[in-house]
Design a protein around this ligand. Structure first.
Ligand SMILES: Nc1ncnc2c1ncn2[C@@H]1O[C@H](COP(=O)(O)OP(=O)(O)OP(=O)(O)O)[C@@H](O)[C@H]1O
Ligand SMILES: [Mg+2]
Length: 317
């Protein structure tokens, strides 16, 4: 198997709009990105960033204005590629009056399987996504989390090597998100490559070997979650307890919850602060480094992009 499961080169998508379609909106601009075989790759970006556009281009549902991509070495224009690729669309819609088993059996008919194989495969997939006992219930009675699991079962029904999921956790409660996370981890254990889009950063941080951050149609960073964020320490934080009223000068800078305080300072001020707190009778609970998070990295990019977009609007008036 090739080292790279997905290779994207200079992928660009423009949509014409306005009077006589004379204006163009660039949804994706010169995307270069790779997903390695066997990894879980998170594609993160705010609403309208170009995540679904990229995924739809990869699946051959829309066509690029420029650029190309390969999945497992095959160009995306090659229909053969679909044999090895599973896809969960954003907000999939399934006919409500079918049961999960009927729906999956219907999708299984697209693959060259005998009736017995089909039955066995549908059972196995329902078990994998935890819907074995609900298989004879109509989808209209399913919760959002259950429907998402049916969508996942549909995506992996033909045992693809690469699984591409567009917002698999969207609209799910923490329990539902965890179930989807567990299914993704199981796919990874089986050696599959998983690429999924999300704007839930904690899910990406928890699950992904690497992430790509896209904002305004452009890739702004790719790498291990801890790598793309500048992990340099931003200072130190002391968590301490100090019962009752107290007027130690340091307390004015601390955040208080009941008897507990949280105080942040530069590294060189740490020991002085500890001395002062001990002098005031505080019980120190923990001392930790304050690090930049993926969320801060992301928010900075999004804010800079919004400021730039606003500047363009002003200059076009
Ligand atoms: N058919 C289309 N015609 C014109 N513009 C489009 C079309 N499809 C998408 N766009 C625009 O392209 C941009 C990227 O959209 P896309 O759906 O890829 O974003 P996304 O990252 O998936 O966002 P979300 O998190 O909301 O799903 C958006 O500004 C969107 O309005
Ligand atoms: Mg989308």
């Amino acid at each position: 198997m090739p080292d790279l499961a997905i290779e994207i080169e200079n992928l660009t998508k423009e949509y014409p709009f306005g009077f006589l379609h004379l204006k163009k909106k660039t949804s994706l601009e010169g995307l270069n990105m790779q997903v390695e075989t066997g990894e879980v790759f998170g594609f993160i970006g705010p609403n309208g960033a170009g995540k679904s556009t990229t995924i739809k281009l990869l699946m051959g549902l829309i066509f690029p204005t420029a650029g190309s991509a390969r999945i497992l070495g095959k160009p995306i224009s090659d229909v053969e590629m679909h044999r090895d690729v599973g896809y969960l669309p954003e907000q999939p819609y399934f006919y409500d009056y079918l049961t999960a088993a009927e729906l999956l059996d219907y999708f299984a008919r697209f693959h060259d399987l005998t009736a017995a194989d089909r039955k066995e495969r549908v059972q196995r997939m329902l078990k994998k996504v935890g819907l074995e006992t609900a298989r004879k219930i109509q989808l209209r009675k399913y919760s959002k989390g259950m429907l998402q699991r049916v969508g996942l079962a549909q995506a992996i029904l033909h045992d693809p090597k690469v699984v591409i999921l567009d917002e698999p956790m969207s609209g799910l409660d923490p329990l539902g998100r965890r179930e989807v996370r567990d299914i993704i981890l199981e796919l990874k254990r089986e050696g599959k490559t998983v690429m999924f889009s999300t704007h839930i950063l904690s899910d990406a941080e928890m699950l992904c070997d690497r992430v790509g951050v896209i904002v305004g149609g452009k890739l702004r960073g790719a790498g291990a979650p801890g790598q793309i964020v500048d992990m340099k320490t931003q200072g130190m934080e002391i968590l301490f307890e100090l019962p009752g009223a107290n007027s130690a000068p340091l307390l004015s800078k601390a955040t208080r919850t009941g008897d507990r305080y949280r105080l942040q300072m530069a590294e060189e001020e740490l020991y002085g602060a500890i001395e002062q707190l001990r002098g005031a009778g505080a019980r120190i609970l923990s001392v930790s480094q304050v690090k930049a998070t993926l969320e801060e990295f992301f928010m900075n990019l999004v804010e800079a992009d919004r400021a730039q977009a606003a500047a363009v609007e002003v200059s076009e008036k």
